[in-house]
Design a protein around this ligand. Structure first.
Ligand code: NIG
Ligand code: FE
Length: 413
């Protein structure tokens, strides 16, 4: 048995879920804090949390690690990213700074399709090397579980290439990775004038082979004007559901299309973005089990409105935060930055933002039973930060306070 005693923790802060699969509404504020504690980890699982002085005397362990008075938090769960792609779009960033909009750039052949071109050209090995470097950086910023979508291949072979890279990363990297198929991210040039043909390709060829090779847990879709209509989205998502995929949607990002209501109707695990969700949409989501995932990095980066996360929490909804790391709308690995934006731009309290970045992120990946909080029986995914109180993490923004990362009971940073 492997064992680790993490002692001399100055302060600990974590959602208290007591095995609840998520924390909703006012319960999102259920953060517990403790001072001068130690955490005992056995075989990667948290088995005791108690006064450091007691545990230092009592625990019989293979390894001890001095937290030096730092603050311990659960590892972040970044439940929405597009981490595996080739190239970058710094040129579009410059164009937007000169006044072009995201939609204008996409209509002129940039956007998702420009990343598709770079990703199609990249080899498995190149994408693996890029992905590994990004995951290393995410880990240094405190993310210990990440969802990664395909969606920059847009033909069967290239989508499979991305998913196989994700699969290899999940076998070789300490990060816990949840793979999502996003073949319906945009219409590739070959199907520019045959949208129906691409929807059929996704339904009849891509989804079955992704399932057969067991390369994704979730199926996601970009439901939006000029991308996938409500009708196409429903067809693709229903096909995915019948094959056994769980569902996610890019919903209401650029317009109030009703995508979030579609997600709720189909029992999606999460609806993500929500920049344009109406008050009616807020009610529909909050009354359901579907998690509302806010991606404030995309609002900041594209200068778009922020999603109505305050309203969602006020009417009892379940809110998660994620980076949406991708080359076009949110180029960041930093979950603490999302927490800062949540508190400054959407009036979420630091307590709510912490729950949204940990336990509810895990819930958005159907993993809250095993991770997302520092509680007995959970995976020991623990951050040690050079701050005295967890508020300082989002308060002192734009820098990295994470000093050590413990993943499944092993010190990896
Ligand atoms: O989540 N909205 C669709 N997909 C991404 C952006 C993709 C891109 O611009 O490359 C998003 O914002
Ligand atoms: Fe996204």
């Amino acid at each position: 048995m492997s064992s680790l005693l993490l002692y001399n923790i100055g302060s600990l802060a974590s959602p208290r879920s007591e095995n609840a699969p998520r924390l909703s509404g006012v319960a999102m504020s259920n953060i517990y804090t403790e001072q001068n504690v130690a955490i005992l980890v056995e075989n990667g699982i948290i088995t005791r949390i108690g006064a450091s002085a007691d545990l230092e005397k009592e625990a019989i362990v293979a390894e001890r690690f001095d937290a030096k008075g730092m603050t311990a938090l659960p590892g972040f769960v970044d439940s929405h990213t597009h981490t595996v792609f080739g190239g970058n779009r710094a040129n579009e960033f410059a164009m937007r700074s000169a006044g072009k909009t995201y939609q204008e750039i996409a209509a002129a052949g940039g956007g998702i399709l420009s990343t598709m071109n770079a990703t199609r050209k990249a080899s498995h090995e190149e994408l693996y090397a890029i992905g590994k470097k990004r995951l290393d950086a995410m880990l240094r910023h405190g993310t210990t579980t990440v969802e990664i979508k395909s969606g920059y291949g847009l033909d069967t072979a290239s989508e499979l290439k991305i998913l196989e890279v994700i699969h290899e990363l999940s076998r070789t990297h300490p990060m816990t990775i949840v793979p999502t198929f996003l073949g319906a991210h945009a219409f590739p040039p070959e199907y520019k004038n045959d949208r129906e043909g691409y929807v059929q390709l996704v339904c009849n060829e891509m989804l079955p082979v992704v399932k057969e090779r067991n390369l994704a847990v979730f199926c996601d879709i970009f439901c939006e004007q000029n991308y996938f209509s409500l009708e196409h989205s429903e067809r693709i998502l229903r096909t995915a559901q019948e094959l056994g995929f769980k569902l996610k949607l890019h919903a209401d990002q650029l317009s109030a299309s009703g995508a979030s209501a579609l997600g709720v109707r189909l029992g999606a695990v999460s609806v993500d973005h929500l920049e344009c969700t109406t008050s009616e949409g807020v009610e529909i989501i909050a009354a359901s089990e579907t998690i509302a995932t806010g991606l404030p990095g995309a609002s900041l980066f594209l200068n778009h409105p922020y999603p109505p996360l305050r309203a969602l929490i006020d009417v009892g909804g379940t809110v998660a935060l994620a980076t949406d790391f991708n080359p076009g709308s949110s180029v960041t690995f930093s979950m603490p930055m999302m927490m800062t934006l949540a508190s400054t731009q959407m009036r979420m309290t630091p307590e709510e933002a912490l729950t949204a970045s940990t336990l509810n992120g895990a819930a958005a990946l159907s993993l809250a039973h095993e991770r997302g909080s520092l509680e007995l029986g959970k995976q020991a995914d623990i951050l040690l930060c050079d701050i005295a109180h967890f508020y300082e993490l989002s308060y002192h923004f734009g820098m990295n306070h994470i000093v050590h990362v413990i993943k499944h009971g092993k010190v990896v940073v």
